[in-house]
Write a protein that binds this ligand. Structure first.
Ligand SMILES: [Zn+2]
Ligand SMILES: [Zn+2]
Length: 366
Protein backbone atom coordinates (compact mmCIF):
# COMPACT_ATOMS: atom_id res chain seq x y z
CA UNK A 1 0.00 0.00 0.00
CA UNK A 2 2.79 2.36 0.94
CA UNK A 3 4.70 1.66 -2.23
CA UNK A 4 1.58 2.10 -4.36
CA UNK A 5 0.64 5.47 -2.80
CA UNK A 6 4.28 6.59 -3.08
CA UNK A 7 4.54 6.05 -6.82
CA UNK A 8 1.12 7.62 -7.41
CA UNK A 9 2.31 10.66 -5.52
CA UNK A 10 5.51 10.76 -7.59
CA UNK A 11 3.46 10.48 -10.77
CA UNK A 12 1.17 13.41 -9.82
CA UNK A 13 4.23 15.46 -8.84
CA UNK A 14 5.91 14.76 -12.18
CA UNK A 15 2.71 15.72 -14.01
CA UNK A 16 2.47 19.01 -12.05
CA UNK A 17 6.09 19.75 -12.94
CA UNK A 18 5.47 18.97 -16.60
CA UNK A 19 2.53 21.42 -16.59
CA UNK A 20 4.65 24.11 -14.97
CA UNK A 21 7.41 23.48 -17.51
CA UNK A 22 4.91 23.82 -20.36
CA UNK A 23 3.73 27.15 -18.93
CA UNK A 24 7.34 28.34 -18.75
CA UNK A 25 8.06 27.33 -22.30
CA UNK A 26 5.08 29.34 -23.56
CA UNK A 27 6.49 32.45 -25.36
CA UNK A 28 5.48 35.68 -23.57
CA UNK A 29 6.84 39.16 -24.04
CA UNK A 30 10.55 39.62 -23.39
CA UNK A 31 11.01 36.39 -21.42
CA UNK A 32 13.55 34.95 -23.86
CA UNK A 33 16.59 36.18 -21.97
CA UNK A 34 19.52 34.25 -20.52
CA UNK A 35 17.77 33.95 -17.11
CA UNK A 36 14.73 32.25 -18.66
CA UNK A 37 16.99 29.76 -20.53
CA UNK A 38 18.78 28.80 -17.29
CA UNK A 39 15.43 28.41 -15.55
CA UNK A 40 14.16 26.13 -18.33
CA UNK A 41 17.40 24.12 -18.20
CA UNK A 42 17.11 23.68 -14.41
CA UNK A 43 13.46 22.71 -14.68
CA UNK A 44 14.35 20.18 -17.40
CA UNK A 45 17.00 18.69 -15.13
CA UNK A 46 14.52 18.52 -12.26
CA UNK A 47 11.93 16.89 -14.51
CA UNK A 48 14.51 14.35 -15.68
CA UNK A 49 15.51 13.46 -12.12
CA UNK A 50 11.85 13.10 -11.06
CA UNK A 51 11.12 10.89 -14.09
CA UNK A 52 14.05 8.68 -13.10
CA UNK A 53 12.77 8.55 -9.53
CA UNK A 54 9.30 7.73 -10.77
CA UNK A 55 10.65 4.89 -12.93
CA UNK A 56 12.73 3.51 -10.07
CA UNK A 57 9.77 3.66 -7.68
CA UNK A 58 7.95 1.16 -9.94
CA UNK A 59 10.47 -1.64 -9.36
CA UNK A 60 12.45 -0.51 -6.30
CA UNK A 61 13.17 -3.16 -3.67
CA UNK A 62 15.35 -2.52 -0.61
CA UNK A 63 16.83 -6.05 -0.98
CA UNK A 64 17.96 -5.45 -4.60
CA UNK A 65 21.65 -5.06 -5.31
CA UNK A 66 24.02 -5.54 -8.23
CA UNK A 67 24.21 -9.30 -7.55
CA UNK A 68 20.40 -9.62 -7.80
CA UNK A 69 20.43 -7.61 -11.01
CA UNK A 70 23.18 -9.82 -12.51
CA UNK A 71 21.25 -12.91 -11.41
CA UNK A 72 18.16 -11.59 -13.22
CA UNK A 73 20.14 -10.81 -16.40
CA UNK A 74 21.80 -14.25 -16.45
CA UNK A 75 18.67 -16.15 -15.38
CA UNK A 76 17.96 -17.50 -18.93
CA UNK A 77 21.59 -18.72 -19.20
CA UNK A 78 21.40 -20.44 -15.78
CA UNK A 79 18.08 -21.98 -16.77
CA UNK A 80 19.53 -23.48 -19.98
CA UNK A 81 22.68 -24.78 -18.18
CA UNK A 82 20.57 -26.30 -15.36
CA UNK A 83 18.23 -28.03 -17.81
CA UNK A 84 21.11 -29.35 -19.94
CA UNK A 85 22.86 -30.67 -16.79
CA UNK A 86 19.60 -32.28 -15.63
CA UNK A 87 19.16 -34.08 -18.95
CA UNK A 88 22.84 -34.94 -19.29
CA UNK A 89 22.66 -36.51 -15.82
CA UNK A 90 20.70 -39.44 -17.30
CA UNK A 91 23.26 -39.80 -20.12
CA UNK A 92 26.15 -39.71 -17.62
CA UNK A 93 24.56 -42.40 -15.42
CA UNK A 94 24.06 -44.62 -18.50
CA UNK A 95 27.71 -43.98 -19.44
CA UNK A 96 28.95 -45.02 -15.97
CA UNK A 97 26.86 -48.23 -16.11
CA UNK A 98 27.95 -48.99 -19.70
CA UNK A 99 31.68 -48.42 -19.10
CA UNK A 100 31.68 -50.36 -15.80
CA UNK A 101 29.87 -53.25 -17.49
CA UNK A 102 32.33 -53.22 -20.41
CA UNK A 103 35.30 -53.35 -17.98
CA UNK A 104 33.63 -56.21 -16.12
CA UNK A 105 33.02 -58.19 -19.34
CA UNK A 106 36.64 -57.71 -20.50
CA UNK A 107 37.99 -58.78 -17.08
CA UNK A 108 35.80 -61.93 -17.04
CA UNK A 109 36.52 -62.82 -20.68
CA UNK A 110 40.24 -62.07 -20.98
CA UNK A 111 41.96 -61.14 -17.69
CA UNK A 112 40.48 -63.73 -15.31
CA UNK A 113 41.16 -66.77 -17.59
CA UNK A 114 44.84 -65.69 -17.79
CA UNK A 115 45.02 -65.36 -13.98
CA UNK A 116 43.35 -68.76 -13.51
CA UNK A 117 45.66 -70.50 -15.99
CA UNK A 118 49.00 -68.93 -15.01
CA UNK A 119 48.91 -67.88 -11.32
CA UNK A 120 49.43 -70.14 -8.27
CA UNK A 121 46.42 -70.98 -6.10
CA UNK A 122 46.99 -68.38 -3.36
CA UNK A 123 47.25 -65.58 -5.96
CA UNK A 124 44.10 -66.82 -7.70
CA UNK A 125 42.23 -66.75 -4.36
CA UNK A 126 43.53 -63.26 -3.61
CA UNK A 127 42.48 -61.95 -7.04
CA UNK A 128 39.04 -63.55 -6.79
CA UNK A 129 38.43 -62.15 -3.29
CA UNK A 130 39.75 -58.61 -3.80
CA UNK A 131 38.22 -58.24 -7.28
CA UNK A 132 34.74 -59.33 -6.20
CA UNK A 133 34.85 -57.36 -2.95
CA UNK A 134 35.69 -54.17 -4.91
CA UNK A 135 32.97 -54.96 -7.46
CA UNK A 136 30.31 -55.40 -4.74
CA UNK A 137 31.38 -52.19 -2.98
CA UNK A 138 31.34 -50.15 -6.22
CA UNK A 139 27.92 -51.43 -7.35
CA UNK A 140 26.35 -51.07 -3.87
CA UNK A 141 27.62 -47.53 -3.24
CA UNK A 142 26.81 -46.32 -6.75
CA UNK A 143 23.27 -47.66 -6.51
CA UNK A 144 22.77 -46.12 -3.05
CA UNK A 145 24.36 -42.77 -4.03
CA UNK A 146 22.09 -42.39 -7.07
CA UNK A 147 18.86 -43.58 -5.43
CA UNK A 148 19.19 -42.06 -1.93
CA UNK A 149 17.81 -38.55 -1.56
CA UNK A 150 20.33 -36.09 -0.15
CA UNK A 151 17.65 -34.77 2.22
CA UNK A 152 15.52 -31.61 2.12
CA UNK A 153 14.24 -29.23 4.82
CA UNK A 154 10.67 -30.12 5.89
CA UNK A 155 8.11 -27.90 4.16
CA UNK A 156 5.31 -28.53 6.65
CA UNK A 157 7.36 -27.35 9.67
CA UNK A 158 7.98 -23.61 10.01
CA UNK A 159 9.72 -23.57 13.38
CA UNK A 160 12.98 -25.23 12.43
CA UNK A 161 16.43 -23.82 13.23
CA UNK A 162 17.34 -21.72 10.23
CA UNK A 163 20.02 -19.24 9.24
CA UNK A 164 18.20 -17.64 6.30
CA UNK A 165 15.29 -17.94 3.90
CA UNK A 166 15.74 -19.55 0.49
CA UNK A 167 14.90 -16.99 -2.18
CA UNK A 168 13.75 -19.72 -4.59
CA UNK A 169 11.80 -22.05 -2.26
CA UNK A 170 10.65 -19.24 0.13
CA UNK A 171 11.26 -21.62 3.05
CA UNK A 172 13.62 -21.43 6.07
CA UNK A 173 17.13 -22.74 5.37
CA UNK A 174 18.72 -24.72 8.25
CA UNK A 175 22.50 -24.40 8.77
CA UNK A 176 24.62 -26.06 6.02
CA UNK A 177 21.58 -26.17 3.69
CA UNK A 178 21.91 -24.75 0.18
CA UNK A 179 19.63 -24.49 -2.82
CA UNK A 180 20.39 -26.73 -5.80
CA UNK A 181 19.36 -24.92 -8.97
CA UNK A 182 19.44 -28.17 -11.00
CA UNK A 183 17.12 -30.13 -8.67
CA UNK A 184 15.36 -26.82 -7.83
CA UNK A 185 15.15 -27.70 -4.15
CA UNK A 186 17.01 -26.93 -0.92
CA UNK A 187 19.43 -29.71 0.09
CA UNK A 188 20.54 -30.50 3.65
CA UNK A 189 24.35 -30.25 4.12
CA UNK A 190 24.67 -29.78 0.38
CA UNK A 191 28.05 -30.75 -1.04
CA UNK A 192 27.43 -30.46 -4.78
CA UNK A 193 25.17 -31.67 -7.59
CA UNK A 194 26.87 -34.65 -9.20
CA UNK A 195 25.96 -35.23 -12.88
CA UNK A 196 27.61 -38.71 -12.73
CA UNK A 197 25.02 -39.70 -10.10
CA UNK A 198 22.27 -37.46 -11.52
CA UNK A 199 21.63 -36.59 -7.88
CA UNK A 200 22.60 -34.05 -5.28
CA UNK A 201 25.24 -35.04 -2.76
CA UNK A 202 24.10 -34.03 0.71
CA UNK A 203 23.49 -35.18 4.27
CA UNK A 204 21.91 -38.59 3.58
CA UNK A 205 24.08 -39.77 0.66
CA UNK A 206 27.45 -38.08 1.31
CA UNK A 207 28.92 -41.34 2.69
CA UNK A 208 27.65 -43.35 -0.31
CA UNK A 209 29.15 -40.81 -2.71
CA UNK A 210 32.56 -40.77 -1.03
CA UNK A 211 32.68 -44.57 -0.65
CA UNK A 212 31.76 -44.96 -4.32
CA UNK A 213 34.60 -42.62 -5.36
CA UNK A 214 37.02 -44.44 -3.06
CA UNK A 215 36.11 -47.99 -4.15
CA UNK A 216 35.85 -47.04 -7.82
CA UNK A 217 39.37 -45.58 -7.65
CA UNK A 218 40.66 -48.70 -5.86
CA UNK A 219 38.88 -50.91 -8.41
CA UNK A 220 40.43 -49.01 -11.32
CA UNK A 221 43.89 -49.16 -9.71
CA UNK A 222 43.41 -52.91 -9.18
CA UNK A 223 42.34 -53.49 -12.81
CA UNK A 224 45.13 -51.28 -14.12
CA UNK A 225 47.85 -53.07 -12.13
CA UNK A 226 46.56 -56.61 -12.69
CA UNK A 227 46.17 -56.12 -16.45
CA UNK A 228 49.49 -54.26 -16.92
CA UNK A 229 51.45 -57.24 -18.32
CA UNK A 230 48.55 -58.24 -20.55
CA UNK A 231 48.36 -54.64 -21.78
CA UNK A 232 52.09 -54.59 -22.67
CA UNK A 233 51.72 -57.89 -24.57
CA UNK A 234 48.58 -56.66 -26.35
CA UNK A 235 50.25 -53.36 -27.23
CA UNK A 236 53.28 -55.06 -28.86
CA UNK A 237 50.89 -57.46 -30.65
CA UNK A 238 48.87 -54.52 -32.05
CA UNK A 239 52.12 -52.84 -33.16
CA UNK A 240 53.04 -56.01 -35.06
CA UNK A 241 49.79 -55.72 -37.11
CA UNK A 242 51.51 -52.96 -39.10
CA UNK A 243 54.71 -54.93 -39.90
CA UNK A 244 55.43 -55.91 -43.47
CA UNK A 245 54.66 -59.56 -42.70
CA UNK A 246 52.13 -59.41 -39.78
CA UNK A 247 51.75 -62.55 -37.65
CA UNK A 248 48.55 -64.54 -38.02
CA UNK A 249 46.03 -63.75 -35.27
CA UNK A 250 42.55 -65.17 -34.86
CA UNK A 251 39.51 -62.91 -34.43
CA UNK A 252 39.32 -63.76 -30.71
CA UNK A 253 43.01 -62.80 -30.26
CA UNK A 254 42.69 -59.44 -32.03
CA UNK A 255 39.51 -58.70 -30.04
CA UNK A 256 41.36 -59.60 -26.81
CA UNK A 257 44.28 -57.30 -27.70
CA UNK A 258 42.05 -54.31 -28.42
CA UNK A 259 39.80 -54.96 -25.41
CA UNK A 260 42.75 -55.17 -23.01
CA UNK A 261 44.21 -51.91 -24.36
CA UNK A 262 40.78 -50.28 -23.90
CA UNK A 263 40.53 -51.70 -20.36
CA UNK A 264 43.98 -50.49 -19.31
CA UNK A 265 43.65 -46.99 -20.80
CA UNK A 266 40.15 -46.51 -19.33
CA UNK A 267 40.92 -47.81 -15.83
CA UNK A 268 44.24 -45.91 -15.62
CA UNK A 269 42.61 -42.63 -16.71
CA UNK A 270 39.68 -43.05 -14.31
CA UNK A 271 42.07 -44.02 -11.49
CA UNK A 272 44.03 -40.77 -11.96
CA UNK A 273 41.01 -38.47 -12.44
CA UNK A 274 38.74 -40.01 -9.80
CA UNK A 275 41.71 -40.51 -7.47
CA UNK A 276 42.33 -36.74 -7.55
CA UNK A 277 38.66 -36.03 -6.84
CA UNK A 278 38.58 -38.57 -3.99
CA UNK A 279 41.70 -37.04 -2.46
CA UNK A 280 40.15 -33.57 -2.63
CA UNK A 281 36.95 -34.78 -0.97
CA UNK A 282 39.09 -36.54 1.64
CA UNK A 283 40.78 -33.22 2.44
CA UNK A 284 37.37 -31.51 2.74
CA UNK A 285 36.05 -34.26 5.05
CA UNK A 286 39.18 -33.94 7.22
CA UNK A 287 38.46 -30.20 7.52
CA UNK A 288 34.77 -30.76 8.30
CA UNK A 289 33.68 -28.81 5.22
CA UNK A 290 31.47 -29.46 2.21
CA UNK A 291 32.43 -28.24 -1.28
CA UNK A 292 30.00 -25.30 -0.92
CA UNK A 293 31.31 -24.43 2.55
CA UNK A 294 34.88 -24.46 1.23
CA UNK A 295 34.10 -21.33 -0.84
CA UNK A 296 32.13 -19.66 1.97
CA UNK A 297 34.78 -20.42 4.60
CA UNK A 298 37.59 -19.16 2.37
CA UNK A 299 35.80 -15.83 1.93
CA UNK A 300 35.04 -15.67 5.65
CA UNK A 301 38.68 -16.41 6.54
CA UNK A 302 39.78 -13.53 4.30
CA UNK A 303 37.15 -11.16 5.72
CA UNK A 304 38.01 -11.91 9.33
CA UNK A 305 41.74 -11.76 8.62
CA UNK A 306 41.32 -8.17 7.43
CA UNK A 307 39.72 -7.43 10.81
CA UNK A 308 42.60 -9.17 12.62
CA UNK A 309 40.44 -12.16 13.62
CA UNK A 310 40.90 -15.89 13.02
CA UNK A 311 38.16 -17.92 11.37
CA UNK A 312 37.18 -21.25 12.91
CA UNK A 313 34.93 -23.73 11.19
CA UNK A 314 32.14 -24.59 13.66
CA UNK A 315 31.64 -28.03 12.09
CA UNK A 316 35.25 -29.17 12.38
CA UNK A 317 35.42 -31.72 15.20
CA UNK A 318 39.00 -32.85 14.61
CA UNK A 319 40.27 -34.93 11.65
CA UNK A 320 39.51 -38.40 13.04
CA UNK A 321 36.13 -37.37 14.48
CA UNK A 322 35.11 -35.89 11.13
CA UNK A 323 35.84 -39.23 9.44
CA UNK A 324 33.97 -41.11 12.18
CA UNK A 325 30.99 -38.78 11.74
CA UNK A 326 30.96 -39.32 7.97
CA UNK A 327 31.18 -43.12 8.16
CA UNK A 328 28.97 -43.36 11.27
CA UNK A 329 31.70 -45.14 13.24
CA UNK A 330 30.67 -45.37 16.88
CA UNK A 331 32.81 -48.34 17.93
CA UNK A 332 35.88 -50.12 16.55
CA UNK A 333 34.00 -52.94 14.83
CA UNK A 334 32.14 -50.33 12.75
CA UNK A 335 35.34 -49.69 10.74
CA UNK A 336 34.87 -53.22 9.40
CA UNK A 337 31.07 -53.51 9.27
CA UNK A 338 30.27 -49.94 8.16
CA UNK A 339 33.30 -48.93 6.09
CA UNK A 340 34.74 -52.12 4.57
CA UNK A 341 31.39 -53.85 4.04
CA UNK A 342 28.18 -52.54 2.43
CA UNK A 343 26.04 -50.87 5.09
CA UNK A 344 22.74 -48.98 4.90
CA UNK A 345 22.96 -47.24 8.30
CA UNK A 346 21.74 -43.65 8.46
CA UNK A 347 24.12 -40.72 9.11
CA UNK A 348 24.34 -39.02 12.50
CA UNK A 349 21.67 -36.36 13.07
CA UNK A 350 18.76 -35.19 10.95
CA UNK A 351 20.73 -32.66 8.87
CA UNK A 352 18.75 -29.77 10.42
CA UNK A 353 20.25 -29.50 13.91
CA UNK A 354 24.06 -29.31 13.95
CA UNK A 355 26.47 -29.61 16.79
CA UNK A 356 28.89 -26.67 16.62
CA UNK A 357 32.36 -26.56 18.11
CA UNK A 358 32.62 -22.77 18.54
CA UNK A 359 32.24 -20.99 21.85
CA UNK A 360 31.12 -17.39 22.42
CA UNK A 361 34.72 -16.23 22.18
CA UNK A 362 35.19 -17.73 18.72
CA UNK A 363 33.93 -16.03 15.59
CA UNK A 364 31.01 -17.78 14.01
CA UNK A 365 31.35 -19.16 10.49
CA UNK A 366 27.92 -19.11 8.97
ZN1 LIG B 1 15.68 -23.57 -1.95
ZN1 LIG C 1 20.86 -31.13 -7.24
Amino acid sequence: MRLGSSWRWQLSRAMRLALRWCRLCRPHGGARGVGAKTLIYNKLLELWSYSKLLLKSLYFNSLSNSDTLLDCVFEPVYCIVDNVTRWFGVVFVCLVVLLTTSVLVIVYLFVLPTILSTYPLHWISWHLCIGHWLLIMVVFHYYKATTTSAGHPPKDKIHIPSVSICKKCITPKPPRTHHCSICNVCVLKMDHHCPWLNNCVGHFNHRYFFSFCLYMTLGCVYCSISSRNLFLDAYSAVESYYQTSPPEYTFRETTAHKSIIFLWVLTSSVAVALGGLTLWHGVLISRGETSVERHINRKETKRLKEKGKVFRNPYHHGKMNNWKLLFGVEKRSHWFTRVLLPSTHLPNGDGIMWECTFTRRDPMAI
